[in-house]
Ligand binder design. Structure first.
Ligand code: ADP
Length: 333
C-alpha cells in the first residue's frame, strides 16, 4: 500500500444511532478517506455541551454512534477513533487560541448567527467559542485536510487565520494551516420529503433499524405531492423516494422506475416497497457487522480508549511545542 500522505480530522457530536443522512452525508466519506489519509475521527462530546440540556444520554449515544461508525466501515485499526473529552489537551489549546481570536470575528460567523436564532435563550460563552474549540481539535492533531460541506468553509478559514495569528505572535511555524476538502455533501431529506433528515425532527431512517422498521419508515415517506391519484403521472425529479432509489437501487431498476412513474405505470406504494427491499439489501452487511460487534460488550470502550491513547501521543507533542513557543516558565530546555 502507498504511504498515506496527509492527516484528516473530522468530528461529529454524539447523536446516538446514525441515520441515512449521517451515512450519506458523512460516514460514507469518512470510510472512503481512510484509504488515502491518516484519519482522526472524533466524537465531539464537549462541543455537544453547547446545545444539549442534559447529559443523561451522552454515554449511550456515544456507544451507539461508535457501533454504527464501525459497522459502516470506519476502521479503528486504520484510523484513530476517539472521544474529544478523553484528550484534555484540546481544552488547553482552546484557551490559548482564544487569546489570539478577536471576538468580532466569532460573532460575525454565519453559523453563530444561526445558532443564536435557534437558541435565543441559551447564547452561552461556549457557543461563541465553538469555532475556537473546533480549531483546537484540528490544530492539535496537525491535520492538514478537513472534509467539510460548503457551510463549514468559513470555520476552516477561521482556523487558518487562528494559525497565522498564533504563529505570527509567537514567531513560530508549529501550527499547520488546514485545508478544506470540500466534499459535495448531499442533503438527504427526511421522510416528510421537505426538511433535512434529522433525529430531532423525527423524520429519519436509522441504519440500525430492523428490516421491518425500515420498511415501515419507507412506507411513510412523502412522494411527489402533485401526484394525488394512482393514475396521475409522477415526477421522479421532485420525489424523495426516487432520490433514495438513485443511491440504493440497481441502475436498471432506477431507469425503469423513472419511466414507469412518469407514465403512472407504477404507483407510489409499489415504488416504496421496492426501495425498502433494496435499502434492506444494502444494509445486510452493516447489520451483520453491527450484530457481531454488539456481541462484545467491551468493544466500544476498548476502541475508544485505544483511540484516545493514540490521539494523546500526537496531542501531547503538539502541546509541548505550543507551550515552548509561548515561553511559559519552565518549558524552555
Ligand atoms: P454535527 O452537528 O456534529 O455535525 P449531526 O448529527 O448534525 O452532527 O451530523 C453529523 C454529520 O452528518 C455531519 O457531517 C452532517 O453534515 C451529516 N448529516 C446529518 N444530517 C444530514 C442530512 N440530512 N443530509 C446530509 N448530511 C447530513
Amino acid at each position: 500500500m502507498a504511504e498515506k500522505q496527509g492527516r484528516v480530522f473530522s468530528g461529529a457530536r454524539p447523536t446516538g444511532r446514525q441515520h441515512l443522512g449521517n451515512y450519506l452525508g458523512a460516514i460514507k466519506n469518512y470510510v472512503a478517506l481512510q484509504d488515502d489519509y491518516r484519519c482522526v475521527y472524533c466524537i465531539v462530546d464537549v462541543h455537544a455541551l453547547t446545545t444539549i440540556e442534559t447529559t443523561k444520554d451522552l454515554e449511550l449515544n456515544t456507544q451507539e454512534m461508535t457501533l454504527d461508525w464501525m459497522a459502516a466501515g470506519m476502521d479503528p485499526e486504520q484510523s484513530i477513533i476517539f472521544v474529544q473529552s478523553h484528550v484534555q489537551e484540546v481544552m488547553e489549546l482552546h484557551t490559548i487560541l482564544s487569546m489570539v481570536t478577536p471576538l468580532g470575528k466569532l460573532t460575525a460567523l454565519p453559523t453563530f448567527k444561526e445558532k443564536v436564532r435557534d437558541n435565543p435563550d441559551n447564547v452561552n460563552y461556549g457557543l461563541v467559542g465553538y469555532p475556537v474549540l473546533m480549531s483546537a481539535d484540528i490544530l492539535l492533531y496537525k491535520a492538514d485536510t478537513v472534509p467539510v460541506g460548503t457551510d463549514q468553509i468559513p470555520h476552516l478559514e477561521f482556523a487558518r487565520e487562528v494559525v497565522r495569528s498564533f504563529n505570527h505572535r509567537y514567531q513560530t511555524n508549529i501550527l499547520v494551516e488546514p485545508h478544506a476538502k470540500v466534499t459535495e455533501i448531499p442533503k438527504v431529506l427526511g421522510i416528510d420529503g421537505e426538511r433535512k433528515m434529522s433525529k430531532s425532527l423525527n423524520n429519519h431512517i436509522e441504519l440500525a433499524a430492523t428490516p421491518e422498521e425500515t420498511e415501515k419508515r419507507v412506507m411513510e415517506m412523502v412522494t411527489d405531492p402533485q401526484r394525488i391519484r394512482r393514475s396521475d403521472p409522477g415526477d421522479p425529479d421532485v420525489c424523495n423516494v426516487f432520490s433514495l432509489h438513485k443511491v440504493f437501487s440497481p441502475p436498471e431498476e432506477i431507469d425503469q422506475i423513472n419511466q414507469d412513474c412518469r407514465k403512472a405505470e407504477i404507483g407510489c406504494v409499489d415504488c416504496k416497497r421496492k426501495l425498502a427491499k433494496n435499502l434492506n439489501k444494502h444494509l445486510v452487511p452493516f447489520r451483520s457487522k453491527r450484530a457481531d460487534l454488539e456481541k462484545d460488550p467491551d468493544i466500544v470502550k476498548e476502541v475508544l480508549l485505544d483511540g484516545a491513547k493514540r490521539a494523546r501521543v500526537i496531542a501531547s507533542k503538539t502541546m509541548k511545542e505550543v507551550r515552548e513557543a509561548i515561553g511559559f516558565y519552565g518549558t524552555k530546555v
